[in-house]
Design a protein. Structure first.
Length: 394
């Protein structure tokens, strides 16, 4: 089942100031930055540059974004960060209506201090001076680029063969794709983080190793525990550790974390109120195409087993700006037969955080005693599991 990851982060502007101090023993990890960009050699002489990065403030993921007018082929950005970030400089906004081509933006490592960037012809060809941990970042970026090209090429080929899913060639290509992704995440990224425990750059491959759905929380936790004390206390590392702990807490066999959340009418609904029933706790979002494709299957199973002590509780990861889209999707997809809950905080949804959910769709099957007995059951797998526990074994 494809997953919708953190591509729809709520745009919260981070308005905070931190003094440039020796945070966590190293002044290189947090403080004021200045980016000076030379566009003299860029074709077309752009008039505006956009800048953004994802970060964490008070435990919540935010997207900081800014823009500046180019003057005499130079542009400058200043601000304060609470840890190093992978950041973008682009000719187009983050969510531009037209596709952002590779040559229209560059990806770099943002750290405190003065960073000078000179672009050549297009933004993806540039030189940089200043900044910390540059050698680590360049080394990992080189490896990532190698695997990115392999993975993208295989994904494109598989898409071209999508209508021939029963063909030998399709099976071979999808097998190669899965193997390559697995090698990159479980070997390359894991080993890179282990070998660079004192570098904040290690958090990039470590998050890749973890993935949107942390299927190996103990493995990720082991690598995290090997990081230096300074790195483990960075906001993104703290978030990853929280996710890992919550995924382990919401593992099959454990008690389902309880929560209370408003429904579409603002009425507070508690998960504990469904104790005594089999509950499918379904995490989704209106903008998530795989979620919407799965909804008919959830409806079909609800209609089949609703008289057999089965209940569905949906939790949406829509944000406040997407509230109307959420309500419309409920009506369009016919989900009004069961409780639909959301605090409209996107991926900062309280229930999602407590279950370690960072991508949708995901679901948890909970028994009448409140124990998790199934996880991420989609399509025929959900039907098979419900048939087994509600009919066959009764």
């Amino acid at each position: 089942m494809p997953l919708c990851g953190l591509t729809k982060v709520v745009f919260l502007y981070m308005i905070f100031m931190l003094p440039l101090t020796k945070v966590m023993g190293q002044q290189y990890l947090a403080g004021r930055y200045t980016i000076k960009m030379n566009l003299n050699q860029v074709k077309g002489h752009p008039q505006k540059i956009y800048f953004w990065y994802d970060g964490f403030v008070k435990g919540e993921k935010t997207t900081y974004q800014d823009s500046a007018t180019v003057k005499n082929n130079f542009v400058e950005f200043t601000g304060v960060i609470n840890e190093p970030h992978e950041a973008y400089l682009s000719l187009k906004p983050r969510l531009a209506k037209t596709r952002v081509n590779e040559g229209d933006r560059l990806l770099f490592y943002l750290t405190p201090g003065l960073i000078k960037i000179s672009a050549v012809d297009s933004l993806d060809t540039y030189t940089q001076t200043g900044g910390y941990f540059m050698e680590d970042y360049k080394a990992f970026k080189k490896i990532k680029s190698f695997y990115d090209h392999k993975i993208i090429a295989l994904a494109v080929k598989a898409q071209q063969l999508d209508r021939q899913k029963d063909s030998v060639e399709y099976q071979q290509v999808t097998g190669q794709f899965n193997t390559t992704v697995d090698i990159y995440a479980n070997d390359v990224c894991r080993n890179w983080a282990i070998q660079h425990p004192a570098s904040p750059v290690s958090l990039l491959p470590l998050r890749w190793y973890g993935g949107s759905v942390i299927n190996n929380p103990k493995g990720v936790d082991s690598v995290y525990n090997g990081l230096s004390a300074d790195i483990k206390t960075l906001p993104s590392a703290v978030d990853l550790k929280r996710r890992v702990d919550n995924v382990m807490r919401s593992a099959i066999g454990n008690k389902a974390p309880l929560f209370t959340m408003p429904d579409t009418a603002g009425k507070l609904i508690s998960l504990v109120s469904y104790r005594g029933k089999y509950v499918l706790l379904d995490f989704w979002a209106s903008w998530c195409a795989p979620c919407r494709r799965e909804n008919p299957n959830v409806i079909a199973n609800f209609n089949t087993y609703r008289l057999h002590n089965f209940q569905v509780v949906s939790v949406s990861l829509d944000s406040k700006i997407g509230e109307k889209a959420w309500l419309k999707a409920i009506r369009t997809d016919g989900l009004g037969q069961w409780p639909n809950l959301s605090d409209l905080k996107g991926f900062n949804n309280a229930a999602a955080l407590s279950y370690g959910v960072q991508a949708v769709p995901q679901n948890f099957l909970i028994d009448p005693d409140g124990k998790i007995i199934g996880k991420n059951l989609f399509g025929s797998e959900l039907t098979k599991k419900l048939q087994e526990i509600l009919i066959t074994n009764k």
